[in-house]
Design a protein around this ligand. Structure first.
Ligand code: ZN
Length: 302
């Protein structure tokens, strides 16, 4: 039987099955209280399951932190990597057929020999030739039809869509049909963002993705003025769970928590380590001092 806790800071409601934590796994806020599970929840259709256990995630996190702590606030280094938590984050998987009309100017390069005059050192005018590259533009318009099948947007209160994007993609070929047994023993967050809002975000992501595809298939040597209008049809939005490891530390009362996110399937990691300005200045001074010493030594020799 799982118990639901709500975070008064970030707003996430998380169902714990077995393990409990005193603080919110997303934001490390101690303002984390038990409350009844939400009754109105979408039915998850699919789940991308965790690959590897907490130990694998801890090692990845230690390596990542290890390469960044030189300039980090020392309180951060005392944080316990054991605090990493695996969460099934609620999301929507969006798919659609996208019909796109586009226009662009396609540039083709050609070379030309041109004649020019130059005045030499004796003041005589010389006629010379040189090869120049010029670009001729021609208009291009067309229609592009594609299937959008892999847009995943966050429906989580604790994890913004922008942050989830930093650890995407998930390998959706390994996605499984949801059953409660697949996530038992893990922390699962309740769906927090409405499907309509997630749909808007998904459409934006789909249109951006099409922009990327168009840019890749533009012919010619260069292009400009690429514009496109996408009409989506056959849209579907499936509630799914995606696996993320979250490491959140309040290393200082007056600062937002440090947070590192790891894709629970692929191991892709994202986070920002707060840097200590004093340590950075000290390191710059050491480098400057070393350069000054080298310059002085070189002068002394010459
Ligand atoms: Zn929280």
């Amino acid at each position: 039987m799982s118990t639901t806790f709500a975070c008064q800071n970030c707003g996430a409601s998380l169902a714990f099955d077995g393990v409990r934590t005193a603080t919110c796994p997303y934001c490390a806020s101690p303002n984390f209280v038990e409350r009844p599970a939400a009754t109105e929840q979408p039915d998850p259709q699919f789940v991308v399951t965790f690959i590897g256990d907490a130990e694998v995630a801890r090692r990845a996190l230690e390596r990542w932190l290890g390469s960044r702590t030189m300039f980090a606030d020392s309180r951060l280094r005392r944080a316990k990597v054991e605090d990493i938590k695996g969460i099934y984050a609620p999301s929507y998987l969006y798919s659609a057929v996208a019909n796109t009309d586009y226009t662009a100017q396609i540039g083709e390069n050609y070379t030309e020999t041109e004649t020019y005059t130059e005045t030499d050192s004796q003041g005589r005018t010389q006629t010379r030739t040189r090869t120049v590259t010029r670009t001729e533009y021609r208009p291009l318009a067309g229609r592009h039809v594609s299937y959008v099948t892999d847009v995943v947007v966050s429906a989580s209160a604790g994890l913004s869509n922008a942050e989830l994007e930093r650890v995407e993609p998930f390998d959706l070929k390994q996605m499984r049909r949801y059953s409660p047994a697949l996530i038992s023993g893990w922390i699962a967050e309740e769906f927090a963002r409405p499907a309509t809002e997630c749909e808007q975000t998904s459409r934006r992501e789909a249109v951006d993705q099409i922009g990327g595809k168009l840019r890749r298939f533009m012919p010619g040597d260069s292009y400009s003025d690429l514009a496109w209008k996408t009409h989506v049809s056959w849209e579907s939005m499936d509630p799914i769970f995606v696996p993320v490891w979250v490491f959140a530390v309040r290393y200082r009362e007056d600062k937002p928590p440090l947070r590192v996110i790891i894709n629970g399937q692929t191991g892709k990691i994202h986070g920002k380590v707060p840097l200590s300005p004093l340590k950075i200045i000290a390191a710059i001074l050491v480098v400057v001092a070393a350069i000054v010493a080298i310059v002085l030594a070189a002068r002394a020799q010459s």
